[in-house]
Design a protein around this ligand. Structure first.
Ligand SMILES: [Mn+2]
Length: 320
């Protein structure tokens, strides 16, 4: 059931012994929102714990929270979680059908939780957590402000993407006003790359292939490239945006080779193409301009399957 901000705030007020979850391989919005929510609930005197599946990107760890205690949860809250499968293989069977409240901003949300506080216009889940702080009258300290800023800035590409609405900029202004060092955070998150990343990016760029009159760019990221450079999984999210950067490209895709014949696809588009629709045909989802899905088979088979759908999508917009 869909609920509003006031109901979500009321629910959090009345419940205790809360477990927080988010999607596997947490990005800045997932981790930042979860930490900020942890802090909010702790300040209200509640027992809270959380589980993060996969590595949080290292450059976000300066704002991480440490759990204080373990206990048996009575209420489960998810944040930034579009669908239960994104909990990951380990957690989905355990918690997939037990989420009491989901706080999310994905238009593709499947409403798997008992109650969902969804605002698909929000630039980040962190925006919704910020509104909960306001609604519940909990002061935002510098650490919470940093966590919310991490969520907001990463989901908007440092306030460059089209989802950067006036609300996001207002919230960022408030957070800067609280005293965060936004210049330093931006440098940590958006300007600093590991040597392994730079090497990986060079290899990935040499794998970039153009299709459909230059309207589509696809990049294969093979296991061999990870082995050769030692790139950490958590740094690969930056690669996903590269194909779309090529002039004239409307759909950019990265195809990441995983174990057991699984290929993880990230899609990025420019207007008017809706890549969440393409992802959906493969059982995935996401936002209009940023989505993802899993394909099975070799990288070349996954590429061929994906290109067919991209071609059909470009046709449907009369772009081919
Ligand atoms: Mn998000």
């Amino acid at each position: 059931m869909k609920i509003d901000l006031q109901t979500a705030a009321a629910r959090l007020r009345e419940m205790d012994d809360i477990l927080l979850l988010t999607h596997r391989n947490p990005d800045g919005d997932a981790a930042g929102s979860l930490w900020a929510l942890y802090r909010l609930l702790t300040k209200l005197g509640k027992r809270v714990k959380f589980q993060l599946v996969g590595k949080v990107p290292e450059n976000l760890l300066f704002a991480a929270e440490c759990e204080a205690e373990d206990f048996e949860e009575k209420f489960i809250v998810a944040v930034d979680l579009a669908e239960a499968t994104l909990l990951g293989e380990a957690l989905q069977p355990v918690y997939g059908e037990k989420i009491d409240l989901n706080i999310d901003h994905h238009g593709s949300n499947t409403f798997f939780a008992k109650e969902t506080f969804l605002d698909a216009k929000a630039a980040a889940a962190a925006q919704l957590v910020y509104s909960l702080y306001e609604e519940m009258n909990v002061p935002i300290d510098v650490r919470s402000a940093e966590q919310l800023y991490i969520g907001l800035s990463t989901d908007t590409g440092c306030f460059r993407y089209g989802n950067t609405n006036s609300e996001a900029l207002h919230t960022a202004a408030e957070l800067v006003g609280i005293g965060i060092d936004n210049g330093d955070i931006n440098r940590r998150i958006f300007e600093t790359k590991s040597k392994a990343y730079i090497q990986f990016e060079a290899l990935a760029m040499s794998n970039l292939r153009m299709h459909f009159d230059g309207k589509c760019a696809v990049m294969a990221l093979t296991k061999d490239m990870f082995t050769r450079t030692g790139l950490d999984e958590s740094e690969t999210h930056m690669i996903a945006g590269l194909p779309r950067q090529v002039e004239g490209v409307l759909v950019g895709a990265t195809i990441k080779e995983k174990d057991n014949g699984l290929c993880r696809v990230s899609l990025r588009s420019n207007e008017p193409v809706d890549v969440s629709a393409i992802a959906k045909t493969f059982g995935g989802g996401g936002h209009k301009l940023a989505a993802g899905c899993d394909l099975y088979g070799t990288v070349s088979k996954a590429t061929a399957d994906l290109l067919k759908e991209i071609e059909a999508a470009l046709h449907s917009y009369n772009l081919l």
